[in-house]
Design a binder for this molecule. Structure first.
Ligand SMILES: *Cc1c(COP(=O)(O)O)cnc(C)c1O
Length: 413
């Protein structure tokens, strides 16, 4: 095998990684699903655990030589249980979408109904959007937020009684409010439905006690590990003991092959980090930073979807400022600020050129940015949006952004 370092063996990939590192260091990362992992997480991810096949579960593997892999996976599971108060945990899902698919196949038969939130109201593609394969197999019925931007529980109850879903699904990608799990559980119980929460975006805030935790209340909870939870790119399923067998069988052998144990080790490291008191401070600051952005944008008359934020993100309708979400995203990119264009509830525009932008604070907060930086960044975002066709202005903001990022170094690699 080659023994050269990456730099010597493959200068092309090495250089691309270097350019991406510079982009991450010199930009303001405000895509709310992104974050920066610690060097310890990166080390576990790049470890020799990637060499091992370990199909099955700890103590019940199809391959020999799994004794240390079992240690790793068991630690990851125990820490996740401690973090969320879960009865049962499966850490093998390769990412958030595969975790959701594994749950659907564990609990549903083809044609069964799932009640999930509409994509434009904050739901996720994997919650039954017509472009997904899951929508060809299961019957997804979609609920929406009301005119005030909140989840209308009376309407959710009516839809539940009418459609008799097998699963009621909550947990979102662009929704900025708290979720009333106990009330939704009561509605589900009335109709004998299984409750499922997808906490992909807010898992870190929940782990830190900064948002309410569905794990003790709901039957099944899925998540990614790479968003606010600040671990490696991956997925996880937590459930009541009653569903444990079905979930495990669905992940493997139902859906996936060998688990990625280097990734599972990195998850375990991230969970250890999240169990530390410092992670609570981090989650508090994520929310405090998002509140400052809310305040600053309201001051400047921006139209905030759902009326504001209880978590780490904001969805903003930029069309009253006379540009589209796509135009805002492009202008902000030129200014060194990364956000994503996003549909707003019942968006009259198209998904590729929607009305809104979605932005959040998890990555900036990891860099150590606080209230003062948020005020400055909101002012830059406003300036870029109001001058979106002025290349000189955008370049000027970018220069200031780079100056700011130098005060918050990311990796000293
Ligand atoms: C991000 C996200 C997912 C998908 O996760 P991937 O890792 O991209 O597959 C699923 N559900 C929700 C609510 C998400 O926000």
């Amino acid at each position: 095998m080659h023994t050269q370092a990456l730099k010597e063996f493959d200068g092309d990939i090495y250089a691309s990684i270097g350019r991406e590192l510079k982009r991450q260091e010199e930009g303001l990362e405000m895509i709310p699903s992104e974050n920066f992992v610690s060097p310890a997480v990166l080390e576990a991810l790049g470890s020799i655990l990637t060499n091992k096949y370990s199909e099955g579960y700890a103590g019940k593997r199809y391959y020999g030589g799994c004794e240390f892999i079992d240690e790793v996976e068991t630690l990851a599971i125990d820490r996740a249980k401690q973090l969320f108060g879960a009865e049962h945990v499966n850490v093998q899902p390769l990412s958030g979408a595969p975790a959701n698919i594994a749950v659907y196949f564990a609990l549903l038969s083809p044609g069964d109904t799932v009640l999930g939130m509409d994509l434009s109201h904050g739901g996720h593609l994997t919650h039954g959007h017509p472009v997904t394969y899951m929508a060809k197999i299961f019957n997804f019925v979609r609920y929406k937020t009301n005119a005030e931007g909140l989840i209308d529980l009376d309407n959710l109850r009516q839809m539940t009684l009418e459609h008799k879903p097998k699963i009621i699904l909550v947990g979102y990608s662009a929704y900025s409010r708290e979720i009333e799990y106990a009330k939704i559980k009561a509605i589900a119980d009335e109709a004998g439905a299984i409750t499922m929460a997808d906490i992909a975006h807010i898992a870190g805030l929940i782990a830190a006690g900064e948002m309410s935790n569905p794990v003790p209340i709901f039957d099944v909870v899925t998540t990614t590990t790479h968003k606010t939870l600040r671990g490696p790119r991956g997925g996880m399923i937590m459930c009541k003991e009653k569903f444990a067998k079905a979930i495990d069988k669905s992940v493997f052998p139902g859906f996936q092959g060998g688990p990625h144990e280097n990734n599972i080790a990195a998850k375990a490291v991230a969970f250890k980090e999240a169990l530390e008191p410092a992670f609570k401070d981090y989650a508090k600051q994520i929310k405090a930073n998002a509140k400052i952005l809310e305040e600053e944008f309201k001051k400047r008359d921006y139209k905030l979807c759902f009326g504001g934020t209880d978590n780490h993100l904001l969805l903003i309708d930029v069309t009253p400022k006379n540009l589209s979400g796509k135009e805002a995203q492009i202008a902000l990119d030129k200014a060194g600020i990364t956000v994503n264009k996003n549909m707003i509830p019942d968006d009259p525009r198209s998904p590729m050129d929607p009305s809104g932008i979605r932005l959040g604070t998890p990555a900036l907060t990891t860099r150590g940015m606080k209230e003062n930086e948020m005020r400055q960044i909101a002012a830059w975002i406003d300036e870029a949006i109001m001058n979106w066709q002025d290349e000189t202005k955008l370049a000027d903001i970018r220069r200031q952004v780079i100056e700011l990022t130098k005060k918050f170094p990311l990796y000293s690699i």
